[in-house]
Design a protein around this ligand. Structure first.
Ligand code: 6R9
Length: 661
């Protein structure tokens, strides 16, 4: 295979310190954009009433709120607390009432090519049926429901049915083990589990129900019923006392259901996320503030025009991105969107681009790891499809290196589309730092500016804001509507984890720096920041430099303990088979890449070691598990690898490194 993208490897452009390419919005885009420069001034003048106005504008309230923010018990916030609303009514019914019942809400694309379109009117009927069925199964306001489903319409319907009943959902990603599922069920004391016989992944039916059965065997006393969607038709074990088929209870239920309004601070969902240590944290979000910021950000960051856009966020609903930007944001805004069950390379590596062409997707939101994977597969694959419908591209989940950002814009966006790099977290609930398309002059690799109404800063060890050009820790300095309201069942851990590092500031756990314009560049988790001979180095920065070399497809960098320098840089790289790197001797690769990093960043950043590997260990959400690579780099036994998407990767790396030659 030949590399058709040599122009993405211009030397000297790819490290974050010297990145100076700029992409001003086109006048045509700016003229039609939802967001205008004036939003910043408006929000700056009065942040709290700015959010009140957004919440009134974008949501339908049963009881309008008078109170906006109550921060008197900081860091426990209450937003719009005296207002009441129903989340599912806002996401579904009101669009039908407004005459948009025939608009497609979901274009579902199964991995095997089966497809289904659900209009807003369909969705209203499905959600109503599910709400009636859940009620009959004993689920009421405040009860928790665990959801363990593939990315099929029933996942969205279930989340909305829970929201309609005021029953907080806890979605557990279908790739998690029975062990992880049982821990989460028990932590939330879920009454109902909604699952499927299985889903399709990599061309085969992959079972889900056995993991639920296993989880229940481990002891989950709170669970009364397991509701099972038939997706693959594979055999399932059945326990008449608890198991119920979706088709027996939901399909048979009445499609009429009247939503009841809940207080704005009523819990909407719990979503578990791994902390630095210990058991996963149940991050919980409430209704009014979360929905307001979800809707505002979805409308302005993606420039959504609900009448004409076809929006596609590739995230699974098992992650926060799927909650906010597959379910709540787009549906609150009345969008038409695509959801796709499968993997990007099934049955071929052009699958995503085929879907973009088929549905004429206009807005695409995905993760850097996916973008880099597609880069690795080669530009000739997307080139076979018509991607001209695309007009906005978004990125989320980890820092995006300028190389990948440029490839995304050029190859996928036809050098035409704005790219928005959006920084946020499970905890923040919605996007916090991002360019606004049509307003911001974008910089490859930078999330740049806090959104209107959001206050962020970069501080040093003593919580002093760093000057432009300086680096430190990212903090959020004012409460925001979609902020987490706590860690389920553990208020102290909430205060300790996020509010104790710097007094009065939310500590995000990310390193960042401000450039000469004061724009923010995310540098990765602070646990990924290395200190080499007293110099602070970012893993991202070095990875970015490595990936800018034509031989390198992907890179992961860790700081390994070193007697002399404190930490030393160790890099793991996947070479591009198609660009000459694969033919090189290991020594030649080392020398070439070490020199390249020295040239891009400086001799201090030169990796001590560069290890060529076939795969990198990633979590199911695509984050590189540097902890495991650090174990390899420090010649330790590799630690707990149970959250890897593919648990054989570490064996592969170990074998590859010990193989002769
Ligand atoms: C939405 C999501 C949160 C962590 C966050 C940061 C990293 C997310 C990023 C980014 C740099 C971006 N992260 N978006 N880093 N640039 N645009 O991913 O939530 O799974 O909770 O992860 O992801 O390190 O702290 P979550």
């Amino acid at each position: 295979m030949t590399d058709t993208t040599p122009e993405t490897h211009e030397p000297g452009l790819e490290n974050l310190l010297t990145e100076d390419r700029r992409f001003p919005p086109s006048p045509e885009f700016a003229a039609q954009a939802n967001a205008q420069q004036g939003l910043y001034a408006w929000a700056n003048a009065d942040r709290v009433s700015f959010w009140a106005e957004q919440a009134r504008e974008l949501l339908s309230w049963e009881t309008p709120f008078e109170e906006v923010l109550d921060w008197s018990k900081a860091p426990f916030a209450r937003w719009f607390a005296d207002g009441t609303l129903n989340a599912a009514y806002n996401a579904v019914d009101r669009h039908v009432e407004a005459g948009h019942g025939d608009r497609v809400a979901l274009h579902f694309e199964g991995e095997g090519g089966d497809s289904r379109a659900l209009t807003y009117a369909d969705l209203q009927r499905e959600v109503s049926k599910a709400a009636n069925a859940f009620t009959a199964l004993g689920v009421g306001a405040g009860d928790r429901v665990a959801i363990y489903l593939p990315l099929i319409p029933e996942a969205v319907v279930t989340m909305l049915a829970c929201a309609r009943l005021g029953a907080p959902h806890s979605v557990v990603f279908g790739g998690f083990s029975a062990e992880a599922l049982s821990t989460r069920i028990n932590d939330a004391q879920a009454k109902l589990v909604v699952t499927a016989d299985g889903g399709y992944r990599r061309g085969a039916a992959s079972a889900l129900k056995p993991a639920v059965d296993d989880a229940l065997t481990k002891g989950t006393p709170s669970v009364e019923h397991v509701l099972v969607v038939k997706r693959t038709g594979q055999d399932v074990a059945w326990n008449d006392d608890v198991d119920v088929w979706w088709s027996d209870v939901v399909d048979q239920a009445s499609d009429q259901h009247t939503p009841v309004a809940f207080e704005a601070e009523h819990p909407l969902f719990i979503l578990y996320t791994s902390g630095t240590t210990g058991k996963p944290k149940g991050i919980f979000h409430t209704t009014g503030g979360y929905l307001a910021q979800a809707a505002f950000t979805h409308r302005n960051v993606f420039d959504l025009k609900p009448e004409t856009d076809v929006y596609w966020c590739t995230a699974d609903v098992g992650w926060i991105t799927g909650h906010t930007y597959v379910v709540y944001g787009p549906l609150i805004n009345g969008a038409t969107q695509v959801i796709y069950e499968g993997t990007p390379d099934t049955p071929h590596r052009g699958r995503w681009w085929e879907i973009v062409e088929k549905y004429k997707v206009t807005i695409l939101y995905t993760a850097p790891t996916a973008i880099r994977t597609c880069m690795k597969w080669g530009s000739e694959i997307p080139a076979k499809f018509d991607l001209s419908s695309l007009r906005v591209l978004g990125s989320v989940g980890e820092p995006i290196n300028p190389e990948a950002w440029m490839w995304y814009r050029r190859v996928i966006g036809g050098d035409r589309t704005p790219v928005v790099d959006t920084w946020w977290q499970t905890e923040t609930g919605a996007i916090m730092i991002s360019p606004l398309p049509g307003v911001t002059e974008t910089k490859p690799g930078s999330a740049q500016v806090p959104l209107p109404g959001i206050a962020a800063d970069v501080v040093d060890d003593e919580a002093n804001p760093v000057p432009d050009g300086g680096g430190g820790y990212l903090v959020l300095t004012e409460p925001w509507p979609s902020m987490l309201r706590g860690i389920w069942g553990d208020p102290d851990r909430y205060v300790d984890t996020y509010w104790s590092r710097f007094k009065g500031l939310y500590f995000a756990g990310d390193g960042a720096k401000k450039d000469a314009d004061g724009d923010i560049w995310l540098l990765g988790r602070v646990d990924d920041v290395m200190n080499v001979s007293g110099h602070r180095l970012s893993t991202t920065e070095i990875e970015s430099a490595l990936v800018s070399h034509p031989w390198v497809a992907e890179a992961a960098v860790v700081g390994a303990a070193d007697d002399t320098t404190g930490q030393a840089v160790v890099a793991f790289v996947i070479l591009r088979g198609d660009a000459g790197g694969g033919d090189q001797e290991a020594d030649a690769v080392q020398t070439e890449l070490r020199n390249h990093v020295a040239k891009e960043i400086g001799a201090i950043a030169k990796p001590r070691q560069i290890l060529v590997v076939a795969e990198l260990p990633k979590t199911r959400s695509g984050k590189i598990m540097r902890r495991l690579l650090r174990d390899v780099a420090e010649n330790r036994t590799v630690g707990d690898a149970t959250t890897l998407a593919d648990s054989s990767v570490m064996d592969l790396i170990a074998q590859g490194l010990s193989a002769p030659g």
